[in-house]
Design a protein around this ligand. Structure first.
Ligand code: ADP
Length: 810
């Protein structure tokens, strides 16, 4: 009711012409009545020092009244008789009513919808206060009813003081409660506000009863404090508070709510305060924009806050903000181009126009024509740039539309041809990025457990992956999950859990595989454009993911086939080896056994044999037994190595001792086979190696018995023991049949025997060198072989030197 009554007073509010465009009491511009830099110093001989005082004096008069004003002009005082005009237009009144009532009704609606929530309560009172502040703007002072004037103006003052306080309070409660410990001081703040208002009430009462300028002056100090000193800093505080929340929060829906609030503040109150009020208060310049415009802009605030509270998903705030920014940039560039062109070409254009028209056009019109031509040129010059910017931005951020079919067809035809998992996954990534530029994305395999195939800008550690897997499994891998604010409303999906959302994941898409098929899961982060995912976007991702899954299945199947083939070949080889092993080992076993049996029989059946013969036969039997022993040792040793059960007992041992021992055991065999064996040892060194005594004996036995076995003509073996700064090397050289080059790389493989006839005639299981190699690997020793066919072979073993003290310390 007060507002409606005040609306009448607004229409009746009188003013000095152009008063609303004054900077304080000064005119910044020329007009019919006033000149630039004119300062009004008094009205009807009453001295005025501020626009408010002038307004107060006018408010007590009627429209069309005549007043005398004194103007300070170039150091002189000029007196003028001025007829008062209406202060506000009808347009202003309409804007005022619409904006004010929008605040009013949204605040009521918010409270009705949410009576229990504190923020709704605070918002309600903020809305009422803001509405009051707008609707009860000072109108004409009603001459007869002083109390009504007092009531109207005091209500306005109260609303002015409380609006910023309530807004600050609201910012501490919505979207999330912040600084809870500060809440208890809020009562004090309201109390201070109330105190301020009581003092104001006292002054206002005085003003309204006396209507004296001197009283108004006192009151105005307080009023200025309310309106001018409180509103701007508190608004700044609110903005800082919201900015802080915005950068702190990781929740997308909270961010969106905050963006709506920002939109409301920046387009509404902030523009009002910083472009209108502050300029007016600090008297920097006359207001840049007029009051009706400001008020009409202010209407954005309640609507935007309302959306933040209730329907923050209704419109794509990111799209609005981002597009708005892009268009502002484009506009600024356009203005720059226009100004440059104006600066460069307007003077010469004016001359040309004058020449062409023969000076028949007025100078003002000439420049108008020049500007029109320039602006047309600017548009043309700007057009290609505009398209370029628009394209670039569209490509990078605002790709709202893409050709679904083309992308899909290209994708489907290409993905089938890609041979590896990596290429398929990369192609999927590139295709998605080309259609919908994304900040982050990952593709996972989620069949029995979770495996990252590729990830871009998503922090996926084991813990995160576990929680994602657990989340998906517990909701049985639905095809689509999304966070509340990330998709268009009509898209139906399961909601993403908050902790997954906090990783920056907005959408999760699962491929629909049969239970045996590996599933693919695609984690999608924000769009670069910061806009929501459209139904089309999500469909594209789902379709591409499904095809990727099929393509991967094909690759896995193919590689499984290849693997199966390889496995079959390996098994066959193993089988061949086994049969070979069985036949060669049984042959190897049989040979010495036959000999032993034969000589034992001879010994048994011929008691008259000479002692010397008996001795020879017994030695042969003993030699064959040794051979059997070696073979059986090798077979058993190898099976231990194969099974991984061969154990070693490492200690520092003297290699020379081991060599001496082995030479000793071979002595008899060497003698009867007419072998000479030389041992060369570089003197002055200690040949201690860190190793297993029995294993090293095995190495020597195998190498020496090979040398004996594979030497047919020249029967000589040289064992050489050398020492350098970090190695002990032992070489065993024979002058036998040698090893073919093509066999050299294989001789250490189990069961490998040269195909050469000379070798196969000699028998053997192909295990000796495999055992040697395995033992030496355990000793961190390397074995090298040098051989020439028909000339002989050298096996060289390099043992690392280890520090005995150090090891024993350990
Ligand atoms: P085996 O002697 O039972 O065949 P090894 O593993 O001891 O098995 O040797 C593998 C192959 O290396 C032999 O078949 C032979 O061709 C070759 N070889 C090993 N030592 C010598 C050597 N001293 N002289 C010539 N060839 C050798």
């Amino acid at each position: 009711m007060l507002a409606i009554f005040n609306a009448y007073l607004i229409t009746q509010k009188p003013a000095i012409p152009l008063m609303d465009k004054m900077n304080g009491t000064k005119f910044d511009f020329d007009s019919d009545v006033f000149q630039k830099n004119d300062i009004i110093i008094s009205l009807n001989s009453l001295k005025v020092y501020s626009s408010e005082e002038l307004e107060f004096l006018c408010d007590q008069r009627e429209i069309d009244d005549n007043v005398l004003i004194d103007i300070a002009r170039n150091g002189e005082v000029v007196t003028k008789n001025i007829r008062l005009v209406p202060y506000y237009s009808t347009f202003y009144l309409i804007v005022m009513l619409i904006t004010g009532f929008t605040f009013y009704f949204t605040s009521i609606f918010v409270l009705l919808k949410n009576q229990t929530l504190k923020f709704a309560f605070v918002f309600h009172w903020f809305g009422i206060a803001a509405a009051t502040m707008i609707l009860l703007d000072y109108g004409k002072i009603f001459n007869n009813i002083q109390f009504l004037n007092f009531l109207l103006r005091l209500t306005f003052d109260t609303a002015t003081a409380f609006t910023p306080l309530l807004f600050l309070h609201f910012s501490l409660l919505f979207p999330k409660v912040k600084f809870e410990s500060f809440a208890k001081y809020y009562k004090i703040i309201y109390l201070v506000g109330a105190l301020l208002i009581s003092i104001t009430a006292f002054y206002q009462y005085q003003v309204q009863t006396t209507l004296l300028l001197s009283d108004f002056r006192e009151y105005n100090i307080l009023h200025t404090f309310h309106l001018k000193m409180l509103l701007a800093p508190i608004l700044l505080l609110v903005i800082i508070n919201y900015a802080h929340s915005y950068f702190k929060t990781i929740q997308e829906d909270e961010k969106r709510k905050l963006k709506w609030i920002f939109l409301g503040i920046l387009v509404g109150p902030a523009v009002y305060v910083f472009l209108y009020s502050i300029l007016k208060i600090l008297e920097i310049s006359s207001p840049i924009v007029n009051e009706s415009f400001m008020l009409s802009v202010l209407i954005i605030a309640p609507i935007s806050f309302f959306i933040a509270i209730y329907r923050y998903r209704i419109l794509d705030i990111n799209l609005i903000v981002n597009k708005g920014m892009v268009f502002s940039i484009i506009l600024v560039v356009y203005i720059c181009i226009f100004l440059i062109l104006t600066f460069l070409f307007v003077p010469s254009l004016e001359v040309t126009i004058n020449n062409v028209s023969g000076n028949s056009i007025k100078p003002a019109d000439t420049s108008k024509i020049a500007y029109i031509i320039i602006s047309i040129f600017a548009i043309f010059a700007f057009e290609p740039f505009k398209n370029y910017v628009q394209n670039y931005i569209d490509m990078q951020f605002f790709r709202a539309r893409y050709n679904f079919k083309t992308i899909l067809n290209t994708f489907l035809s290409k993905i089938k041809e890609l041979p590896t998992e990596q290429e398929v996954v990369n192609y999927f990534f590139n295709s998605i990025h080309r259609a919908i530029p994304l900040e982050s994305m990952a593709i996972l395999q989620t069949d029995r457990n979770i495996k990252v195939l590729k990830s871009d800008n998503l922090e996926l550690n084991e813990e995160n992956l576990d929680s994602i897997y657990f989340f998906l499994k517990s909701s049985s891998f639905l095809p689509l999950y999304s966070s509340v604010a990330s998709t268009e409303e009509e898209l139906e999906s399961e909601e993403i859990s908050e902790d997954i959302n906090s990783l920056g994941i907005q959408i999760i898409v699962n491929s629909i595989g049969s239970p045996e098929q590996p599933k693919l899961t695609c984690l999608i982060g924000k769009k670069k454009s910061d806009t929501r995912f459209s139904v089309e976007d999500v469909e594209l991702i789902i379709t591409l993911l499904e095809s990727t899954n099929v393509a991967l299945q094909k690759i896995y199947l193919q590689s499984e086939l290849i693997l199966n083939q390889e496995e079959a070949n390996r098994l066959k080889e193993l089988n061949d080896l086994k049969s070979y092993f069985v036949s060669s080992v049984s042959h190897e076993l049989k040979t010495p056994l036959t000999a032993i049996k034969l000589y034992a029989e001879v010994l048994n059946s011929n008691p008259k044999l000479t002692d010397e013969k008996k001795q020879t036969y017994l030695s042969i039997i003993e030699g064959e037994c040794d051979r059997l022993d070696r073979l059986i040792n090798n077979v058993l040793g190898f099976s231990k190595i194969e099974k991984g059960t061969k154990s070693y007992r490492f200690e520092f041992i003297d290699l020379r001792e081991v060599i001496d021992y082995i030479i000793h055991t071979f002595q008899y065999q060497l003698k009867i086979q007419n072998f000479s064996l030389e041992l060369e040892v570089e003197d002055g060194y200690d040949y201690k190696v860190y190793g297993d005594r029995d294993a090293l004996k095995e190495v020597l036995i195998n190498l020496i018995s090979n040398s004996i076995k594979y030497s047919i003509l020249e029967k000589k073996i040289i064992i050489h023991l050398a020492h350098d700064s970090n190695l002990i090397s032992l070489s065993i050289t024979d002058f036998g049949i040698g090893i073919k080059e093509e066999d050299l790389i294989n001789i250490f493989s189990p069961f490998y025997r040269s195909k050469d006839k000379n070798v196969s005639n000699l028998g053997g299981a192909g295990l000796g060198l495999a055992i040697v190699k395995s033992i030496l690997d355990e000793h961190e020793a390397e074995i090298l072989v040098e051989s020439k066919i028909g000339k002989g072979t050298t096996f060289k073993i390099n043992f690392p030197i280890k520090n005995e003290n150090k090891n024993s310390d350990c």
